[in-house]
Write a protein of this length. Structure first.
Length: 387
């Protein structure tokens, strides 16, 4: 197992708030030796926590492009336009808006009270504030159900997917995108283990859940060089029933709490120890870039006061803080300070490290730039702190 005793529950803490025990949780990561599915076995004890800020608001051209590309991919999968579309866990709602812009009738389901509903409704998007499955939508059917980076947060992912299958029209499609658990183990990446993720899906366990939910895969996307997986699904028809029944046992097994893949978790713990040594070896004033899940994870695994601040491009975050069990760290606009007061900047938002590194140089930063991208996954861009 791999344990984080004081994992921050959020990536941003409002200004003036002092973190207490209620702002932290425990991650006790287990991995099934049979199907490869990993999960936070302490998640049952975590109380419902709503972050003060939404986490998926695009702040760069590359992020905007990804949303538009996904909207185009999903629209191309549909038999007709307009279609009835449901986005489960809409977050900022920008994907729902992009789909509405393509002429679809879109409903955005989002439990967070932080969502700005006025912007969505102005774009023709219907908003339902609720968790999935939602009693408000139980009698409705949709041609497309979209679920991006949500399933990993569910305590009951099988039930979650079954409800999606039940919400589809006969020829409807579903799109489910999740972080790859296989990526975490392949690259031994502790930065991809954090609250509020409960599940870390292996390819086998994800496909097994899809089958059990009465769905089948008709398309697949590898995103961010395999860090994320996107599956295009449709309901199982009668011709698929026998195939599914034959494949279920080989692709998905119920978790056997006596058969943990301890070696994987020990290797991950070893990667954390190496990362801690590298952080402690940094000299001079150091900063992180990205008040996101990456910095949240790092501050859980290694709750040091080593960092001077955290830079981020999200205006709503400026003036607030990130936090660990040892203190808080101001979140600053990188354009508002002299970057060269820092010797080293470590990019926590490593999916965008190439773009961020270029931005830092364009802003005149002359110091060392590192990334939290696993060294085995680095192809271009700044060197990894984990090296």
């Amino acid at each position: 197992m791999a344990v984080v005793a004081n994992a921050p529950l959020a990536h941003v803490l409002r200004s003036g708030v002092t973190p207490t025990s209620e702002h932290f949780s425990t991650i006790d990561l287990r991995r099934c030796s049979a199907c490869g599915h990993a999960w936070n076995s302490s998640a049952e004890t975590v109380f419902s926590h709503e972050p003060s800020f939404l986490t998926n608001k695009p702040v760069s051209q590359s992020m905007d492009t990804r949303i538009r590309d996904l909207a185009r991919y999903l629209t191309d999968s549909l038999a007709h336009t307009p279609s009835r579309v449901l986005e489960v866990g809409a977050g900022s709602g920008l994907l729902s808006i992009a789909l509405a812009d393509k002429g679809h009738e879109v409903c955005a389901l989002e439990p967070s009270t932080r969502l700005d509903t006025s912007r969505l409704t102005a774009c023709g998007v219907r908003v339902v504030r609720d968790f999935w499955p939602s009693s408000a939508l139980e009698l409705e059917k949709f041609d497309l159900v979209v679920c991006v980076q949500v399933l990993e947060h569910s305590m009951s992912p099988g039930h979650f997917l079954t409800a999606i299958a039940g919400a589809l029209t006969i020829d409807g499609r579903a799109y489910v995108e999740v972080p790859s658990g296989d990526w975490v183990w392949r690259h031994q990446s502790p930065i991809d283990v954090h609250e509020p993720h409960i599940n870390y899906f292996s390819e086998a366990s994800l496909h097994g859940l899809v089958v059990e939910a009465g769905l089948r895969v008709i398309g697949r996307q590898d995103l961010d060089a395999g860090r994320n997986i996107g599956l295009l699904l449709r309901r199982t028809d009668s011709n698929d029933l026998l195939v599914n029944s034959l494949n279920t046992n080989s692709s998905w097994r119920r978790h056997d709490y006596e058969t943990f893949a301890e070696s994987d978790c020990l290797a991950l713990a070893s990667a954390v120890s190496a990362l801690r040594e590298r952080v402690q070896s940094l000299r001079g004033s150091t900063a992180l870039y990205g008040a996101n899940a990456g910095s949240q994870s790092l501050l859980g695994w290694i709750p040091t006061t080593h960092w001077d601040c955290i830079f981020d491009d999200t205006p709503e975050y400026w003036g607030h803080s990130a936090y660990s069990a040892q203190g808080t760290f101001p979140i600053l606009n990188p354009e508002s300070v002299d970057l060269n007061d820092r010797s080293v900047i470590v990019i926590a938002a490593y999916v965008h490290d190439v773009v961020i590194a270029e931005r830092l140089r364009n802003l005149g930063f002359r110091g060392e730039i590192l990334t939290l991208r696993p060294p085995s996954a680095v192809t271009v861009g700044p060197p990894s702190l984990l090296t």
